[in-house]
Write a protein that binds this ligand. Structure first.
Ligand code: PLP
Length: 378
C-alpha cells in the first residue's frame, strides 16, 4: 500500500538528539531551541519566533495575546482544520465563518468586510496548501477597522507572498511541525511575531505567565508571575529533531515541489478533458508543495475514485468537514453568508499521497490514478 503520508527523516535527527542528550539540558529554551529560533528568524524575517508544542498551541497563544473576551469575534474560513477555530473558542471568542475563494480555497477577502461587527477583534487567515491568501487586501481591511491579523500558516513554511514569508505578514503567525506537514518534529509548532509589539508578552505567556526569559537575559533580577499564561514550550529533544529538519527545509521543499509538478503535469490532460480541476497558484505566491489535490465532479465520483485507488494500493484522502456545520462550530460560532464553495469543495476534493521517497512509485501511482478516474467517472 502506498500510504497517504510517511514522515521524512533527514538522517541528522539522531545525531542532534544525541548531542542534546550529552548537553544534559532537556527542558525548553536550551541551545537547540535557540538554534531553531535563529533559523526561523533568519529564514522568515520575523522579529521573533518561539517554538511551541503545536500550531494549535501557537494559535492559543495568539488568542491570549489579543486579550480576547467572551463574545469577541474572529473572522475565519470554515474550510480549515479544527484548531483555527478552537484556539479562539477556548477563550470564549466566536468564530465567524465566511466562504472561501473558488480558485485557491483560501478565505474570500471580498466577504470579510460585511462580516465585521462592533465585536470583531481579528481576522484569522489560513494559507491552504501553503498557497497565500490575498494579504494586501486583507491587511487593508484590517487596518481600516483596527483589527489584528493572525496567519494560520500551519501548512505554509517556506512559502511566500510577493517575496515575504507567510506567517510574517499579519501581526502573528503560527507554523505546524506535526508529522503530516513539510518540516516536522512529531508534534511541534512556532509562533511568529512580525514586529516587536507582542514579543515580550508572548515570551511571558509561553513561560507560565512568568518573566523567566527576561530574568535569563539579566533584564530583571527576580523571576516571578507577571501575567496569565501556560506552558507552551517543547523540550530540547524535540527542538534537536526540529533543528535537523529546519536545516534541510530548502532541500525538502525542492523535492516536494518536484513531486507536485509531476502530479500537476499528469493532471493537465484530465483537466483539459473537463474531468477534474487542478490546484490554482496565483503568480505572486511561491508555494511549498504542501499538498497535491484534485477536484472530482461530484461527491459520488470522489467516493468511487478513492475506493478505486485503494483497490490499486494507493491511499488518497479527503478533508475538511466544514467547521460551520460541525457540532462545535454550530455551538460556538456562526456563519456570515453562504458557505456554497466551502460545502462544494469539501465534497469533491481528494488529496494524493505526497512525501519524500514516493518518487520511485510515481509511475505506478499515476497509472492507478488514470484507471481510478475511468472507473469513478464511468
Ligand atoms: C495541521 C494544521 C493545524 C494544527 O497543527 P498542530 O501542529 O497539529 O496543532 C492547524 N491549522 C491548519 C490549517 C493545519 O493544517
Amino acid at each position: 500500500m502506498i500510504r497517504f503520508n510517511r514522515p521524512y527523516m533527514t538522517g541528522q535527527e539522531l545525531d542532534l538528539i544525541r548531542e542534546a542528550h550529552q548537553n544534559g539540558h532537556l527542558s525548553g529554551d536550551g541551545p537547540f531551541t535557540r538554534r531553531c529560533h535563529t533559523w526561523l528568524r533568519e529564514h522568515t524575517g520575523a522579529a521573533s519566533a518561539l517554538l511551541t508544542h503545536s500550531c494549535t498551541a501557537a494559535l492559543e497563544m495568539a488568542a491570549l495575546l489579543l486579550r480576547l473576551e467572551p463574545g469577541d469575534e474572529v473572522i475565519m474560513p470554515s474550510f480549515t482544520f479544527v484548531s483555527t477555530a478552537s484556539a479562539f473558542a477556548l477563550r470564549g471568542a466566536v468564530p465567524v465563518f465566511v466562504d472561501v475563494r473558488a480558485d485557491t480555497f483560501n478565505i474570500d477577502e471580498n466577504l470579510i468586510e460585511a462580516a465585521i461587527t462592533s465585536r470583531t477583534k481579528a481576522i484569522c487567515v489560513v494559507h491552504y496548501a501553503g498557497v497565500s491568501c490575498e494579504m494586501d487586501a486583507i491587511l487593508e481591511i484590517a487596518g481600516r477597522h483596527g483589527l489584528r491579523v493572525i496567519e494560520d500558516a500551519a501548512q505554509a513554511i517556506m512559502s511566500t507572498y510577493k517575496g515575504r514569508a507567510l506567517g510574517t505578514i499579519g501581526d502573528l503567525g503560527a507554523f505546524s511541525f506535526h508529522e503530516t506537514k513539510n518540516v516536522i518534529s512529531g508534534e511541534g509548532g512556532a509562533l511568529l511575531c512580525r514586529d516587536e509589539t507582542f514579543v515580550e508578552e508572548a515570551e511571558v505567556i509561553r513561560e507560565k505567565g512568568t518573566n523567566r526569559s527576561r530574568f535569563f537575559r539579566g533584564q530583571v533580577d527576580k523571576y516571578t508571575w507577571v501575567d496569565v499564561g501556560s506552558s507552551y514550550l517543547p523540550g530540547e529533544i524535540t527542538a534537536a529533531f526540529l533543528a535537523a529538519q529546519l536545516e534541510a527545509a530548502s532541500d525538502i521543499t525542492a523535492r516536494r515541489l518536484s513531486i507536485w509538478h509531476t502530479y500537476h503535469a499528469w493532471a493537465e490532460g484530465h483537466e483539459k478533458a473537463g474531468l477534474i480541476r487542478r490546484p490554482v497558484v496565483p503568480d505572486y505566491c511561491e508555494h511549498n508543495a504542501h499538498m497535491y489535490y484534485i477536484l472530482l465532479p461530484s461527491l459520488d465520483a470522489r467516493t468511487r475514485f478513492i475506493a478505486a485507488l485503494r483497490q490499486r494500493d494507493v491511499q488518497a484522502v479527503f478533508h475538511y468537514i466544514p467547521l460551520h456545520s460541525s457540532p462545535a462550530g454550530e455551538k460556538t460560532g456562526r456563519s456570515h453568508g453562504s458557505m456554497k464553495i466551502t460545502d462544494d469543495v469539501s465534497d469533491r476534493l481528494v488529496r494524493m499521497p505526497l512525501w519524500l521517497g514516493l518518487e520511485e512509485n510515481m509511475q505506478m501511482i499515476l497509472q492507478a490514478a488514470d484507471e481510478a478516474l475511468v472507473e469513478a467517472l464511468a
